[in-house]
Ligand binder design. Structure first.
Ligand code: ZN
Length: 608
C-alpha cells in the first residue's frame, strides 16, 4: 500500500498478548518448488501420472465385472482398497501444481496447456474405476439395509447411505464417462475463460496501472470519496466483457440444466443442497427467513448510515464505508492478532497457522495476472494452500482469519479416515466464519475507544455482506436459472437488471444502485459455483451460535473441536446436532440473527 492511502486511515499498533515465540521467517509466497515440483520439467511429474494411471488400471482389472458386493466381507475389502486408491497423491498432485501456477499467473500458458493434457489423462484414468461406485449404488435394497447394520462396515455406514440415496441420480457407466470427459469444455473452460480475461485487465487509476482484480479489492482501502471513481473504472471494464460473460453464463447454466434433467433433479438448487449434505427444507426456510427478517435489518442499517452521513442515498461503491476513523491493518499485524487468537483458542490451531506461515503455504499479495479474491485449497496427503490479495484493509484482515479457518478445519479433518476428510461446504463456511469472528473480536478489543464505532460499523457491514447479500445472491441465481430455463437465454443487460433488483431487495432505498452496478455479475465468481452462496449465510449464523457458547464457557472449545474433526462423516444437520445446535429449526437461525439486530441498535445509539 502506498503512503498516500495510509493517510486516510490510521494503522493499529498491536502488542501481542500471548507472548508467543517469534517465528523464524514468514514466507509470503507459495513455495511450489519445495512443496510440489521443481518446475514443469521436473521428471517426477510424468512419473507420478504414470503411477496413478497404473494404479487405476490395476484396480479396474481386479474388480471390474467381478463380484465385490454380494457379501459384507467382499465389500469391505473392496472399499478399503478403494480408499487406498483415493489416498494416492500421484493422481492429484500434478494437476494441483499446474492449477496453482495458473491462479498465480493467468499468463502462464505453459501451465495451462499442461493442465489441460493432465486433466484429460487423469479423467480417463479415473473413468476406469467409475464402475465401482455405480456397482455399489446398485446393491439390492434388501442387502443395502443389511449392510447399513453390519458392524464390520461401521466406518462405511454414512458413506454407503449417501451412495444408496444418490443412486437415483446416477446414469449408466458410458454416460457418466462422457459427462466426465466433456465437463471441462462444457463448463470449466468457459468459467476459466472469463476469469482469465478478468485477471489480465488493468485499470488506470491516479497514473498507476492496477490489475482489475486488485482494483476491486482496493476499493474499500481508499478514501471514501475516491471509491465511486475507482469502482466506475472497474464497471467500465466489466462492460467491455459483458458479452463474453453473457455467453459464458448462458452456456454453463444451460449445461447445468441438461445435467439436471439427465440426473432427475427438479430444481436448479437441488443438486447443490444435496451435494452439500444439507437438508433442503431447512435451507429453503433459512432463505425465506433471511429474505424477510434479515433484509429488514439490512435496509434499516443502510438508512441509518445514510442519515449519519447526512445524505439521502449512499452510492453503491460506498456501502461499506467507514463510519468515523478508518483502520488499516498491515499483514504483519494481522498475523500477530491471528496468532494470538488461534493459539488462544487451542494451541493446535495456532501451530497449524505457524507452520503454514513458515512453509510457504500462504500467497499474500496481489500481483498482475494473479486471480482475485481469496481461497483455501486442501486435499488428502497434500499441503493445504491459502491465497490472499492483501491490501492492508480490515477486510484483508478478516479474510486472512476466514481462510485460515478453512485451513484449520482442513487440518483437523485429517484425523478422519480419508473418505470423510473432505467436508460439506456448509460446515466449511461455519468453520471459516467462526475463526473470522473470533479474530475480529480480538482486533476490536485492541483498538482505542475512538475507533470502536468504526469497527462496530464494519462488523455490521460484513455480517450483512455474509448473511443478507449472499441470500440476495441466492435469490438472484434462482431467478437467473429459472429464467434461462424458461426463456432459453438472457442478455447481459437482463442479467445486470436482475442483479440490481435483488441487490435493492436487501439494501433498500437508502443505497443508490445504478444500472452499471448490476454488471457485478461479470466478476462474482461464486455465481459459477451454483447456489454455493447460501452456505455463507448458514455458516455465519451457526458460527455465531458457536462463538456465543464459547464466550460464555471456554470449555465449549471441546465441542468446537468435535465439529472441526468431524470432517464429512455425517450430514451437516447431524454434525451440528451432536454439539447441541439444531439447524433443522428456523428459530436457531433467527435467534442468531438477533446479534445483528443488537449491533444495529447499538449503532443507532452511537450515531445519534
Ligand atoms: Zn470461505
Amino acid at each position: 500500500m502506498s503512503k498516500k492511502q495510509k493517510k486516510a486511515t490510521s494503522g493499529i499498533n498491536y502488542t501481542p498478548e500471548n507472548k508467543l515465540p517469534k517465528l523464524e521467517k514468514i514466507k509470503t509466497q507459495w513455495d511450489l518448488k519445495n512443496l510440489y515440483y521443481k518446475s514443469e520439467n521436473d521428471p517426477q511429474i510424468e512419473k507420478d501420472i504414470v503411477i496413478a494411471e497404473k494404479a487405476y488400471k490395476a484396480f479396474a482389472k481386479k474388480y471390474k465385472g467381478k463380484d465385490f458386493t454380494s457379501t459384507s466381507k467382499r465389500l469391505l475389502r473392496a472399499l478399503q482398497e478403494s480408499d487406498t486408491l483415493g489416498e494416492m497423491v500421484e493422481s492429484r498432485k500434478p494437476a494441483y501444481y499446474f492449477s496453482f501456477r495458473t491462479v498465480l499467473d493467468a499468463n502462464d500458458t505453459v501451465a495451462q496447456k499442461r493442465l489441460s493434457l493432465i486433466d484429460d489423462r487423469l479423467t480417463k484414468a479415473g473413468n476406469e474405476v467409475l464402475f465401482f461406485g455405480l456397482a455399489i449404488s446398485k446393491i439390492p435394497k434388501k442387502l443395502q439395509q443389511q449392510y447399513l447394520k453390519d458392524e464390520s462396515l461401521t466406518v462405511y455406514h454414512y458413506d454407503l447411505k449417501q451412495s444408496f440415496e444418490q443412486a437415483k441420480h446416477l446414469l449408466t457407466e458410458p454416460e457418466e464417462k462422457i459427462l466426465n470427459l466433456k465437463s471441462d469444455v462444457s463448463r470449466g473452460m468457459w468459467i476459466a475463460g472469463t476469469d482469465k480475461i478478468l485477471s489480465k485487465r488493468n485499470v488506470s487509476y491516479k497514473g498507476e496501472s492496477i490489475p482489475l482484480n486488485a482494483a476491486i479489492d482496493r476499493i474499500n482501502a481508499i478514501p471514501s470519496k475516491e471509491r465511486p471513481k475507482l469502482w466506475k473504472l472497474c464497471t467500465d471494464q466489466f462492460k467491455t466483457m459483458a458479452e463474453i460473460a453473457e455467453n459464458e453464463i448462458n452456456a454453463v447454466v444451460t449445461n447445468k440444466k441438461i445435467n439436471d434433467e439427465l440426473r432427475g433433479y427438479k430444481t436448479p438448487y437441488e443438486a447443490t443442497i444435496k451435494g452439500y449434505e444439507n437438508n433442503e427444507k431447512s435451507v429453503l426456510a433459512l432463505v425465506d427467513a433471511i429474505s424477510s427478517k434479515g433484509f429488514a435489518l439490512s435496509r434499516k442499517y443502510y438508512k441509518l448510515k445514510a442519515k449519519h452521513a447526512g445524505v439521502k442515498t449512499i452510492p453503491y461503491a460506498n456501502r461499506s464505508d467507514d463510519v468515523g476513523e478508518g483502520v488499516s491493518v498491515s499483514y504483519e499485524d494481522a498475523v500477530l492478532i491471528c496468532r494470538d487468537t488461534f493459539h488462544g483458542i487451542d494451541q493446535k490451531y495456532g501451530n497449524i497457522f505457524d507452520s503454514m506461515l513458515t512453509n510457504g503455504q500462504i500467497d499474500v499479495y496481489p500481483k498482475p495476472g494473479k486471480t482475485g479474491g481469496a481461497f483455501c485449497a486442501h486435499s488428502t496427503n497434500l499441503p493445504t494452500f491459502v491465497l490472499l490479495n492483501q491490501v492492508d484493509s480490515t477486510r484483508s484482515f478478516t479474510t486472512l482469519a476466514h481462510e485460515m479457518g478453512h485451513a484449520i478445519h482442513s487440518e483437523r479433518s485429517k484425523t478422519q479416515p480419508s473418505l470423510y476428510e473432505d467436508y460439506s461446504t456448509t460446515t466449511a463456511e461455519t468453520a471459516s466464519t467462526l475463526f473470522e469472528g473470533l479474530a475480529q473480536e480480538r482486533l476490536i478489543n485492541a483498538l482505542p475507544e475512538s475507533q470502536k464505532l468504526n469497527m462496530l460499523n464494519q462488523r455490521i457491514s460484513e455480517a450483512i455482506a455474509t448473511i443478507c447479500r449472499q441470500i440476495a445472491f441466492f435469490n438472484f441465481e434462482k431467478e437467473l436459472h429459472e429464467t434461462i430455463r424458461l426463456e432459453g437465454a438472457m442478455t447481459w443487460q437482463e442479467m445486470g437488471k436482475l442483479f440490481v433488483k435483488h441487490t435493492k431487495a436487501y439494501m433498500g432505498p437508502a443505497v443508490e444502485i445504478k444500472e452499471d452496478d448490476g454488471l457485478s455479475f461479470v466478476y462474482v465468481g461464486h455465481f459459477r459455483n451454483f447456489f454455493y452462496v447460501y452456505t455463507y449465510a448458514y455458516g455465519e449464523l451457526v458460527s455465531n451460535v458457536m462463538s456465543q457458547k464459547y464466550s460464555k464457557d471456554h470449555a465449549f472449545v471441546e465441542d468446537i473441536d468435535k465439529f472441526l474433526t468431524a470432517g464429512g462423516s455425517d450430514t451437516v444437520e447431524n454434525i451440528f446436532k451432536s454439539i447441541g445446535i439444531n439447524t433443522n429449526k428456523t428459530d436457531t437461525f433467527l435467534e442468531s440473527l438477533k446479534t445483528l439486530e443488537r449491533d444495529i441498535k447499538e449503532f443507532e445509539k452511537l450515531t445519534k
